[in-house]
Design a protein around this ligand. Sequence first.
Ligand SMILES: [Zn+2]
Length: 386
Amino acid sequence: MFGCSRWWWNYALNKTIEEYKATGKGLSRTQLNALLPPLKKAEETEWLAECYSQVLQATTLNLTRAFKNFFEKRARFPKFKSKRSKQSIQFPQNVSRVGENLKIPKIGIVKAKIHRWFEGRIKTVTITLNPAGQYHASVLVDCECCDLPGTSDKISGVDLGLKHFAIVHDGSKVKKYAHPKILKKHSRNLAKKQKTLSRKKLGSNSRQKARKLVAKVHHRIFNARYDFCHKLSRKLVDENQTLVFENLNVKGMVRNHNLAKAISDSGWGMFTNFCSYKLEQRSGQYVEVDRFFPSSKLCSECFHLMPEMPLDVREWTCSHCGTHHDRDENAGKNLRAEGIRILTSGTEVPASGGECKTKLGPKTKFRQSSKKLETPASIKRGVVHF
Ligand SMILES: [Zn+2]
């Protein structure tokens, strides 16, 4: 089924590209699905009929979604799928739980280790096979127990960094969360296994085995990062109504070779993503401040802008008002204030004029642009102080 789904994705993607080149228009989901029955009858591709038909239709849906996301500038152009990377199929319905097992159409009962018991109706089930050779099923369940409104009305600025993973400023207090340095913890193990792999003969069975061992370490690193990001984002979302982040140019930063490893190890994108959807579940707000907003260079007391602020300066004194700043605390405070300013003005691009920060004209965007912006209750009541 993995093979059929992958082949169909690549075939449909290629067809859509060709159609677009010829006519200037792509193929719709219905048009693509209509290609399937003749393919299942054709001698060369009759093996497609062995695959559960809804799996192929789910692939079509995912492809048309990928195109939609691309055209609406949320994602890059859909890629062809490789046999070597992670494999994935989706069952839109008809998967059920039988005791400790999952019953999957056309496959039957599969023994499973269920990590968390769930109630409610099973909807889409996604099954993946990672390069380490492990199968995972992700089960989407329809239930009404998760959408609890948040109880906090706090607004916090979150500065993401390398020394501390996150520095959270809630207006009065600063909390620092240590960087988990997950890659570093696994680096010796990883290096050892990569070395073994590099010594194996190309195409040999033992090379396959060594490759799986390397993939397993990568998977473990991913799991640890995933776990960390989920736990910290849950904590922050539970404690706050609004979180203000800096829109980081991770790609540009990775080009700096001294920091590349440490930045890639951070998982900031994953973290902000988790915060964003968790806030959405609770009707909270996720605010992103433009990366050109000078959160580090700006004095949070008098708004004096320092001409420069090299990365190694951890503490500094404002030349205008004399306040001594911790670099990251100051940045967190600035982000929070800028977030509040954006929320109260209610516009994506702030009006020019006014205080010195607005003169800099940072462009800012919200992740959840489809949602109407609401001023948080705490601002409405006037309890937030800049
Ligand atoms: Zn100052």
